[in-house]
Write a new protein. Structure first.
Length: 226
């Protein structure tokens, strides 16, 4: 692909921009999510948190994709977004679940600076940013639910995430087409950490947008990491 073709690809408009179904879908969180979209399309690209070619598909591939986890999460309690990165899905979750406490857990300083600015700009009083790896907060941070998007294969994610969950807490991971293979590969690691049977869901947002694959697993018993 030559330079002109690359520029054209980066400038393609988002087909969902201005779609009246978006404010209807996001409801009371619409203003915050729309503002977050603008921040991602502008500063997010400049800071290297979002690729330029993603601007034309932020709604479908990132914001609606993130919102798809919300029906699988508790409405209250503490939710930790593991490896929050640009804030996907954590910022969207915080906007859509104002009664929950959302911790954006991220080890990279520049991403934490960005997340802090987003939280302040959107006025998300229920969200906080913590700079740490999951392993750093084992034993000191407990959650009722954990979200994760493009963080790691499920067997590794179990080792990082499950020790942060209370008994009965739920891990909700956004996954791709190999979700079933990952669930099978990770089953032994999950059992060692007290996980129940993982379930795979095709989460729908709005018509015409691809469904999001969500893996949900409950930590049924609290056991140590081995």
């Amino acid at each position: 692909m030559n330079g002109a073709e690359t520029d054209e690809a980066t400038m393609l408009p988002d087909p969902l921009e201005g779609d009246s179904r978006l404010p209807a879908y996001f409801g009371s969180s619409w203003s915050s999510v729309q503002h977050f979209h603008r921040m991602l399309a502008d500063e997010g690209v400049l800071r290297g948190l979002v690729g330029p070619r993603e601007v034309g598909r932020l709604w479908e591939r990132h914001l609606l994709n993130s919102a798809a986890v919300v029906p699988f999460l508790p409405q209250t309690g503490r939710i930790v977004d593991l490896g929050s990165g640009a804030g996907l899905p954590g910022v969207v979750v915080a906007a859509m679940l104002p009664e929950a406490e959302v911790v954006l857990l991220e080890p990279m300083e520049r991403r934490c600076v960005w997340l802090g600015e987003v939280v302040a700009e959107l006025g998300l009083a229920n969200a906080t940013v913590t700079r740490a790896r999951a392993e750093d907060v084992h034993g000191s941070l407990l959650a009722d639910a954990i979200t994760a998007r493009a963080v790691a294969p499920l067997d590794r994610l179990y080792r990082w995430a499950l020790p942060l969950l209370t008994s009965g807490g739920v891990l909700v991971a956004l996954k791709g087409g190999r979700a079933a293979d990952e669930v099978q590969t990770a089953s032994k690691a999950g059992k060692r950490l007290g996980a129940g049977q993982a379930s795979i869901h095709a989460a729908h947002t709005i018509d015409g947008v691809d469904e999001t694959t969500v893996v949900r697993v409950v930590r049924e018993a609290v056991r140590g990491v081995r």
